[in-house]
Design a protein around this ligand. Structure first.
Ligand SMILES: CC(C)(COP(=O)(O)OP(=O)(O)OC[C@H]1O[C@@H](n2cnc3c(N)ncnc32)[C@H](O)[C@@H]1OP(=O)(O)O)[C@@H](O)C(=O)NCCC(=O)NCCS
Length: 399
C-alpha cells in the first residue's frame, strides 16, 4: 500500500474545526450544526484528535471520546470511544487511516484499558484488533395483524409526554439501565442536550420526537411516511419487564401506523409476547459496538463470569503486537489474569477476545470458524459458558 509522504499526521487545534466539520459532512453526507460539534467535542480529551494534512488541507481525521462502558456484573470501565474517523475521497487507500490509528492508539493506550467504536462497514476494524461485541437488530411489527397473547402482562402506566420537559426522568431511567447493562455508556449532559435539541438534520425525513414515559422506562420515536405512516423507535429503555411490555403495547396501539420498527437487540422478548412471533419480523441485524481490549488482565478481571475456568490464552495482536500469553483463573464468578510463559491451551486474535468480552458472541462458534483454537472440547464449552452474560449486552448509544 502506498503511504503518501506529503501527508503529515498531527494533533488538531481549535482553528481546525471548520475543516473537520467539512470533512465530516463530505464523508458522512450530513451537515451537522456547530452546536452538535460543540456537544461531542466536550467529550474529546486534549490529545483526542489526530489529523492527516496535505499541505493546509485536512484530508483525514480520527478522534476519541472519554466514555465509560458497563461490563457483565456491573463494573464500569473507562473506554476510549473512537469516533469521527474519515479520510477524504481524494486520499483513500494510501494508508492514512492506518497512520492516524497508529498515532491515536499510542495516545489511547496510555490511559484506557479498552477502546470501542461503531463501524460504518464491517470489514475495516478487525485488522486493528477490534471485535464486534454487541448486536443491533430491528424488529418490525405489522401492528394491524399483531396480537398480544392473552397471558401477556398489561401493566399500563405509560404517559404521553414532551421529552424536553421530562429530561431528568429520562436521564434517571437511562442511568439505572446503563449501569445494569453490559455495553451501557454513561450519557453526559451535553449529549442529552444534543439528543433533546432534536435537530432537523438528525430526523432523516421523520417527525420531531414523540415520547412515551413509564416510571421504569421510556420510548423515543419518530413517525415516517404519509400513506402509510410508520413508526421508528429510536430508543426504548426499560429497566423492568413491566415497563418493556407496557411501552411495546402503547406503541402497537398507534392505530393509524402501519408498522412499528423497534431498534433493539437479539434478546428482546417482544416476539414472545405476541400470538404469532412471526408478526415481529427481523428486518435488520448488524454489529453495533466493537471493542479492542487494550489491557487484557485489567479488562478480564473487571467483569464477572458464569462458569469456572483455568487456562492459558495466547492472544495475537497484528496491529500493535500487544497480545501475549495470559493465565486465566476463573473461580466463583471472578477472574485472576496474569501474563505467563506457560504453554497456551487457547489461541485467538485480539478481535475475537473483544467479541467474547461482553458475552454477545460465544467461544465455540469462533472455534467452529477456526478463529479460536482449543483442542480440549470440555475447556471450550466451559469458556463458552463462562463468558456468557446474565444480562444481554446492548450498546448504550451510537457515537
Ligand atoms: C474507511 C476509511 C476511513 C478508510 O481510510 P483509508 O485511509 O482509505 O484506509 P487505509 O488506506 O489506511 O487502509 C487501512 C487498512 O484498512 C483497509 N480498508 C480501508 N477501508 C476499508 C473498507 N471500507 N473495507 C475494508 N477494508 C478497508 C485497507 O485495505 C487497509 O488494509 P491493510 O492495511 O490491512 O492492508 C475511508 O474509506 C473513509 O473515510 N470512508 C468513509 C467514512 C467512513 O466510513 N469512516 C469510518 C467510520 S467508522
Amino acid at each position: 500500500m502506498r503511504t503518501d509522504s506529503s501527508v503529515r499526521i498531527r494533533s488538531a487545534d481549535d482553528a481546525d474545526w471548520p475543516a473537520i466539520a467539512r470533512l465530516d459532512a463530505t464523508c458522512f453526507g450530513v451537515h451537522n450544526a456547530p452546536e452538535t460539534f460543540r456537544a461531542w467535542r466536550s467529550l474529546i480529551p486534549a490529545d483526542g484528535s489526530v489529523l492527516a494534512c496535505d499541505g493546509d488541507d485536512v484530508v483525514g481525521m480520527a478522534h476519541y471520546l472519554d466514555l465509560t462502558v458497563t461490563v457483565p456484573g456491573g463494573a464500569v470501565l473507562p473506554m476510549a470511544g473512537v469516533t469521527l474517523v474519515a479520510v477524504a475521497p481524494t486520499h483513500r487507500r494510501r494508508g492514512l487511516l492506518r497512520a492516524m490509528f497508529a498515532e491515536l492508539h499510542d495516545r489511547i493506550e496510555r490511559s484506557y484499558p479498552i477502546a470501542g467504536l461503531t463501524a460504518s462497514e464491517g470489514g475495516i476494524y478487525g485488522r486493528f484488533g477490534y471485535g464486534a461485541a454487541t448486536i443491533e437488530q430491528e424488529l418490525t411489527v405489522d401492528r394491524r395483524t399483531a396480537r398480544f397473547r392473552d397471558d401477556a402482562p398489561d401493566p399500563g402506566g405509560v404517559r404521553i409526554v414532551a421529552a424536553a420537559e421530562h429530561r431528568d426522568a429520562l436521564a434517571a431511567i437511562y442511568e439505572r439501565w446503563r449501569t445494569a447493562t453490559p455495553g451501557g455508556l454513561q450519557r453526559p449532559a451535553p449529549l442529552w442536550d444534543e439528543m433533546l435539541a432534536d435537530r432537523g438534520e438528525h430526523r432523516r425525513g421523520g417527525s420531531a420526537w414523540f415520547t412515551l414515559l413509564h416510571p421504569d422506562g421510556y420510548a423515543l420515536y419518530r413517525v415516517f411516511g404519509d400513506d402509510p405512516m410508520f413508526v421508528r423507535v429510536a430508543e426504548l429503555i426499560a429497566v423492568t419487564d413491566d415497563a418493556h411490555v407496557a411501552l411495546c403495547r402503547a406503541l402497537c396501539g398507534l392505530d393509524l401506523m402501519q408498522t412499528v420498527r423497534f431498534a433493539t437487540h437479539p434478546a428482546d422478548p417482544l416476539p414472545y409476547l405476541l400470538t404469532d412471533a412471526r408478526s415481529a419480523r427481523l428486518t435488520h441485524h448488524q454489529d453495533d459496538l466493537w471493542l479492542r481490549i487494550v489491557d487484557i488482565p485489567a479488562a478480564l478481571q473487571a467483569r464477572n463470569y458464569r462458569a469456572d475456568v483455568s487456562t492459558v490464552l495466547a492472544v495475537t495482536d497484528g496491529f500493535r503486537g500487544s497480545g501475549g500469553r495470559f493465565a486465566l483463573q476463573i473461580r466463583d464468578g471472578r477472574a485472576q489474569c496474569t501474563a505467563t510463559d506457560a504453554p497456551a491451551d487457547v489461541e485467538l486474535d485480539l478481535d475475537v477476545l473483544g467479541s467474547l468480552f461482553l458475552g454477545g458472541h460465544r467461544a465455540p462458534a469462533f472455534a467452529a470458524a477456526n478463529r479460536l483454537r482449543c483442542k480440549d472440547s470440555d475447556l471450550l464449552a466451559s469458556l463458552g459458558d463462562a463468558f456468557a452474560s446474565d444480562v444481554p449486552a446492548v450498546l448504550g448509544f451510537g457515537f
